[in-house]
Design a protein around this ligand. Sequence first.
Ligand code: NAD
Length: 367
Amino acid sequence: MSYKIVCIPGDGIGPEVVNEAKKVLDCVAKAGNLEFQYEDILMGGCSIDACGEPLTDEAIATAKAADAVLMGSIGGNTATSPWYKLPPEKRPEAGLLKLRKSLNLFANLRPAVLYDELAAACPLKEEISAAGFDMMIMRELTGGLYFGERSTKEVDGQLVAVDMLTYSEEEIRRIAIKGFEIAMKRGKKVTSVDKANVLDSSRLWRKVVEEVAKDYPEVTLEHMLVDNCAMQLVKDPKQFDVILTENMFGDILSDEASMVTGSIGMLASASLNDTKFGLYEPSGGSAPDIAGKGIANPIATILSASMMLRYSFDLDEAADAIDAAVKQVLKDGYRTIDIMPQDEESKSKVTLVGTSRMGDLICERIK
Ligand code: NAD
């Protein structure tokens, strides 16, 4: 079976980490009789330099024709890079917003996993981190408060600002279906997060999620208010499998969940549309401070590639092989600089490696 993957190496550490993800994908291809064909497109600062804009229409057309997109990261140092002297719609990030919109990516997936070997980086109490956690935050990405009408006007001599929070049944249904589909591939539990004790949009959210749940009898559904969920994430994160929520709640909760895992270099993410198509990328940025030094952690991008295999190509076995290889490499004591332990005793028990060596080590464990 052959799959066409469009790669967006982007800026900063992007090209370095995408290279390692391709290396790992080629490894599973060899092991599993698969073929991945890659085509690179420019996006971000590199596209501004080459084409005068952060994303060209030709690049979008190429991405649309692919089975999935694998991205590194875009952008530069926002204080010093000339890209940030351009108007906002011409800056690197505008390329990503344009791509998400053109591809209709409405579902954002962010796993938050605590690896045993990295538990020391978890800021939670030891008795909580010792239990571990492995959750997926599914956030609606194109509706709600961030996309509603907004205005600021003067009323009775003072400024009044309004932001509209709107959700239609259809917008809720399509993300709920994605959430249940993902849960079927994981622990078969969905926690739908809302504020149904106050908001009409949340009451509609709850109603539609319950309707969708009827088609997934194997999946356990629970509802949780967003303020309680924020507490539960630091009190008992192990209880969660898939957290399904709207745009703003998901924005806040996914950042909270990622912080309790420890390192940004380990965090994968995906954005999906209503077909199998998805854009897969690490959660971190282009890390201009370490770009070109060969020390970036490629694991977030490698795990994003694994998500691509699982959610866009239904290659669960190949994805499992990558996830297991990553776990094994950590167990074998290899660390990039960002996940090095801080105390001298723990440091002496692990081996510091660079970006390319980490990719090689993961490949070796797949073979
Ligand atoms: P950043 O995530 O790039 O870096 C924050 C810190 O984390 C830095 O110290 C960096 O060295 C470290 N870090 C990040 N990824 C790492 C990795 N894989 N391995 C080791 N260390 C890693 O965030 P920032 O500095 O705020 O942003 C830099 C640029 O990235 C900005 O232009 C920003 O707009 C852009 N950005 C892009 C994306 C994206 O492409 N989706 C996301 C966030 C930020």
